[in-house]
Design a protein around this ligand. Structure first.
Ligand code: AMP
Ligand code: GLY
Length: 467
């Protein structure tokens, strides 16, 4: 029997495709609407042509479609106050308010909070005055990390091995205004070394329940070469990040941060994402995000054994302690297939083939994809009933799906260990084709860390670390 609950998911990435896919597993769900979605979400849900920045239209759509729950993907909408807008008219929504989202949208806010509440992080200082910033930089020297305060689409952080590089980064942000208002305030931070891990947690503002940890591969090329990207792949859980470390992070980072935000009058509900570094001096926070990660979500949700909708509703209604949150004892590896040229210039409109050739249990979460014809034309309407069995994409849209962005797909597979999951995912990635597609071949590959990094075993080659 079909359910009676309508849900709205805001966003258009593979993260949102994964969220929609997981929510649909609850039989209470009737329709899921996605604003604006992609060709993948069009198959299992109903796309609405509304951008995440258009808060008024999102609110109107939620009303018009009798939406009982909205889940917000991108940070931009949260920082713009989508949750405040929805709550003002009593529309239930999963995500932090604008005030609480400052934990991501202002690095100066996050650092100040962490320093005042004793949450472990890199030493740093915050500046709005260029001369003062330069003087401080001169005193601390390199290596050092320069961070624009605000949201800068992942480009606001410069890890500087050389002093001159740091001077240029400071000037770019504070003098040339390369990040606009986001870079007028700058955080100058101590350079840390170690393995990076993302630990995301559900929270209702009081209770905190960590998800499976994940490692994001941020650089574009194998061996962590080339520029940073939105994420080229992910593995969950990395074997070196033990249950003891998860518990320690909950106790020393996640719970104190949620309590601090509540104490400051900005209670946080939704997903709190801690970007961590496992240093020789213990766990340190590199950054917080106020939402599900991308590509972390694509590898974490397939491991969630219990029901996502129940957890999200429990958070939204302030009773997370009653929800069951359990994880499969497996490993999930996700490989991002990107357009040739990404993260710089790339072409779009290239046909994608091979999506019908996936092995059982392999999932393809879409990001920059579009159907060439409208769903009405391709007969997609028939699949708008969420409870219908998931059709293969190619079955429905044979030859009709094309690239429409830089990161095109995340292909994910689970297995009893990293090796099994890796073998499976790469076997399937090799069957998907579009012109100039590129992807990393080393997602999930382990390397031995320098002695100073090791705390619990081998570290992953995970993105964003300075070699
Ligand atoms: P963030 O957006 O703050 O996570 O920074 C992006 C990337 O820069 C992180 O994933 C790290 O690889 C790197 N990074 C950030 N802060 C530091 C730091 N204090 N020391 C070394 N690397 C850092
Ligand atoms: N995986 C990095 C992010 O979601 O911001």
């Amino acid at each position: 029997m079909a359910g009676d609950m309508n849900i709205l998911v805001i966003g258009s990435g593979a993260r949102e495709h994964a969220i929609v896919w997981k929510l649909l597993q609850n039989p209470r769900v009737k329709d899921v609407f996605v604003a604006p979605g992609n060709a993948g979400t069009a198959v299992i849900a109903r796309n609405l042509p509304i951008q995440p920045s258009n808060l008024a239209e999102l609110r109107a759509a939620a009303r018009a479609h009798q939406v009982e729950l909205t889940v917000v993907g991108p940070e931009g909408a949260l920082a713009a106050g989508v949750v405040d807008e929805f709550e003002a008219v009593h529309l239930p929504v999963f995500g932090p308010t604008r005030g609480a989202a400052r934990i991501e949208s202002s690095k100066a806010f996050a650092k100040d909070l962490m320093q005042r509440y004793g949450i472990p992080c890199a030493n740093s200082a915050t500046f709005t005055d260029y001369a003062a910033a330069k003087e401080y930089l001169y005193r601390v020297g390199a290596p050092v990390v320069i961070k624009a305060d605000g949201l800068a689409a992942g480009k606001g952080v410069t890890v500087c091995t050389e002093y001159e590089q740091a001077e240029r980064a400071l000037e770019a942000a504070m003098v040339r205004g390369e990040f606009g208002a986001a870079g007028r305030t700058v955080v100058i931070e101590e350079f840390l070394e170690g393995a990076e891990v993302s630990l995301l947690a559900f929270t209702d503002g009081r209770t905190v329940v960590p998800m499976a940890p994940a490692c994001d591969y941020k650089r574009v090329h194998d061996g962590d070469e080339g520029p940073n990207t939105g994420g080229m792949g992910c593995v969950a859980p990395p074997p070196f990040f033990s249950q003891a470390l998860i518990d320690e992070t909950r106790r020393t980072v996640l719970e104190p941060t949620v309590a601090a935000l509540a104490a400051e009058g900005s209670p946080f509900k939704g997903v709190l994402y801690a970007g961590l570094m496992l240093t020789s001096r213990g766990i340190k926070v590199l950054e917080f995000n106020c939402r599900f990660g991308d590509p972390e979500t694509q590898v974490v949700l397939p491991l969630l054994r219990t029901d996502l909708l129940d957890i999200v509703l429990a958070c939204t209604h302030g009773r997370l302690e009653t929800a069951r949150v359990e994880w499969e004892p497996e490993t999930c590896v996700g490989v991002v297939m990107a357009a040739g040229g990404y993260p710089d210039r790339f072409d779009t409109g290239l046909p994608i083939r091979g999506l019908d050739l996936m092995d059982d249990g392999v999932r393809v979460f879409h990001a920059g994809t579009a159907a060439r014809a409208k769903p009405e034309v391709t007969g997609l309407r028939r699949f708008y009933t969420p409870q219908a069995p998931e059709p293969s994409l190619e079955e429905v849209l044979s030859g009709n799906i094309q690239t429409a962005g830089g990161r095109v797909l995340t292909v994910v597979a689970t297995g009893p260990d990293i090796e099994a999951a890796r073998d499976k995912v790469y076997r399937n990635v090799a069957r998907i084709h579009f012109e100039n597609a590129h992807y990393r071949r080393d997602i999930g590959v382990l390397r031995a860390p320098p002695a100073s990094e090791a705390r619990e075993g081998p570290a992953l080659v995970s993105g964003g670390q300075t070699p």
